[in-house]
Design a protein around this ligand. Structure first.
Ligand code: ADP
Ligand code: MG
Length: 248
């Protein structure tokens, strides 16, 4: 096994050990992540929580290979990310990860279908297959009838569904979502979380940042950051509805 594919934990989709991140600032390095270690396995649904400024987005950007750590190890899907060059990292990212952001990030002058199909353009998939795959995914998120519409014709919740369809277009095994319900009302947020739950039941590993406890309840595991460190990591505690008897 080469160094680039060695993994201490073969079943982990994500494995980080002793991860540090400091941003360069005019006043010198500003430490944000301080020795973060975490393993996430296939099929998990993890909520990353913690106060604003605790390093959640910094951590997600490193998991998504959008930024590099200052120290420590990151193994994604069995590959040491630090051993890869820029092109290899981009390839691994495109094959493995779908991203969902708070602001949806749809291109305003492109139809919903073209927005969803866009990641496939960079993979050299032909036009007809791109169209077909985008249509399938828009139908999956309940928006098949809007394929030719522009993003401003639909609501924020619907735009986030389109962004999720776009994140799925490469058939990723992992979805990274940074505050995906941050711009949505609570009813719409619940609908989006039901969609994430459905994707997780289908086998996609999900790592989702939220600071709302109700949203985190949809995850199976909760990890809390405080000042660049993990201070809590445990399965989600689900209260039984009143009157329900716990099976023995
Ligand atoms: P969170 O997502 O938990 O709110 P972030 O990871 O966005 O936290 O930010 C953690 C800290 O790092 C904050 O103090 C933020 O101001 C700082 N920070 C984030 N990005 C940069 C950057 N590019 N350069 C310098 N400081 C940054
Ligand atoms: Mg953030």
């Amino acid at each position: 096994m080469s160094a680039a594919t060695a993994s201490a934990d073969a079943a982990a989709v994500i494995e980080v050990a002793g991860l540090d991140k400091a941003y360069d600032t005019p006043m010198g390095p500003f430490p944000v992540l301080k020795g973060v270690s975490l393993a996430i396995h296939a099929g998990e649904f993890v909520a990353i929580m913690g106060p604003s400024g605790s390093g959640k987005s910094t951590f997600m950007n490193i998991l998504g290979c959008l930024d590099r750590p200052s120290g420590g190890d990151y193994i994604l899907d069995g590959k040491h990310v630090s051993a890869l060059d820029k092109d290899q990292t981009a390839l691994l990212r495109n094959r493995t990860i779908g991203f969902v952001f708070q602001g949806f990030n749809l291109l305003p002058r492109m139809s919903l279908e073209d927005n969803v199909a866009l990641p496939l353009v960079y993979c050299g998939v032909d036009k007809e297959e791109r169209r077909q795959r985008a249509r399938e995914l828009l139908a999956k998120v309940g928006l098949g009838q809007y394929a030719k519409s522009l993003p401003n014709r639909i609501s924020g919740g619907q735009q986030q569904r389109v962004a999720i369809a776009r994140a799925l277009v490469n058939r990723p095994r992992l979805i990274l979502a940074d505050e995906p319900t941050g711009n949505l009302d609570s009813h719409t947020s619940e609908e989006i979380m039901a969609l994430f739950e459905e994707l997780n039941r289908e086998g996609i590993t999900i790592v989702l940042v939220t600071h709302e406890p109700d949203i985190a309840q949809h995850a199976k595991r909760q990890v809390r950051f405080l000042d660049g460190r993990i201070v809590h990591d445990a399965p989600t505690h689900h209260d039984l509805p009143a009157g329900e008897v716990q099976p023995c």
